[in-house]
Ligand binder design. Structure first.
Ligand SMILES: [Zn+2]
Length: 208
């Protein structure tokens, strides 16, 4: 009788294990715990627009197609400044609701780090500039301002180096030919960006 009970218990336990396997409780061996978690997708390779050939770290912006045809270079005609200080001036003194009229500002070490490229909200929002004094060039020109007065001084090497990188980057992003990289004085009657601005040095650094 005891043997029969033992046999019965053994059969029952085998049966229980078998049922367990069918129900999936015994599938641990077949499918290790980690396998149930779907692996995270691999980070995709950076898109071409994020690859910065120049080494500049510009914020990623969804650039409006066909909007930008020119790059217009300015000086601030002031010894010091930054995107923030010009933004404040343009908002409060000029009364421009959209603030900073330039799309980019390149510091000279007085107000902003020497050679730093500051991105204005008109670039991140892809809206017209207020820098050219011309509707066509405000609408289709990317305004880049170097801090400094190049009637009385010259841009720093760091500023020119950053300018060349920035301009090349923008040319690449927006498909702008080098002949459309111009100075403010090419558009209207002004000295901007000053007699000491090395335009040919800039052009020499751009694709031909
Ligand atoms: Zn200007």
């Amino acid at each position: 009788m005891d043997r029969d009970i033992l046999k019965c218990l053994l059969l029952l336990s085998f049966f229980a294990v078998y049922i367990g396997m069918i129900c999936g409780c015994g599938t641990v061996e077949k499918q290790p715990p980690g396998a149930a978690i779907r692996p995270l997708p691999r980070p995709s390779l950076v898109t071409p627009r994020k690859v910065v050939p120049s080494g500049l770290r510009l914020p990623h912006v969804n650039v409006t197609a066909h909007k930008w045809k020119y790059i217009v270079v300015h000086h601030s005609a002031s010894p010091a400044g930054s995107a923030a200080s010009f933004d404040e001036f343009h908002r409060n003194k000029r009364g421009w609701d959209r603030g900073l009229g330039y799309h980019f500002v390149i510091g000279n070490g007085r107000g902003a780090r020497n050679g730093v490229v500051e991105t204005g909200n008109r670039w991140t929002r892809q809206i017209d500039g207020a820098h050219a004094g011309s509707a066509e060039y405000n609408e289709h020109g990317i305004g880049v301002c170097l801090v400094g007065d190049f009637e009385v001084g010259s841009p720093t090497n760091e500023q020119i180096s950053s300018l060349v990188k920035l301009v090349k980057e923008l040319q690449w992003i927006c498909n702008i030919p080098s002949e459309n990289v111009i100075l403010h004085r090419h558009i209207r009657d002004t000295q901007c960006p000053g007699g000491s601005f090395p335009y040919y040095e800039l052009l020499a650094g751009l694709p031909r």
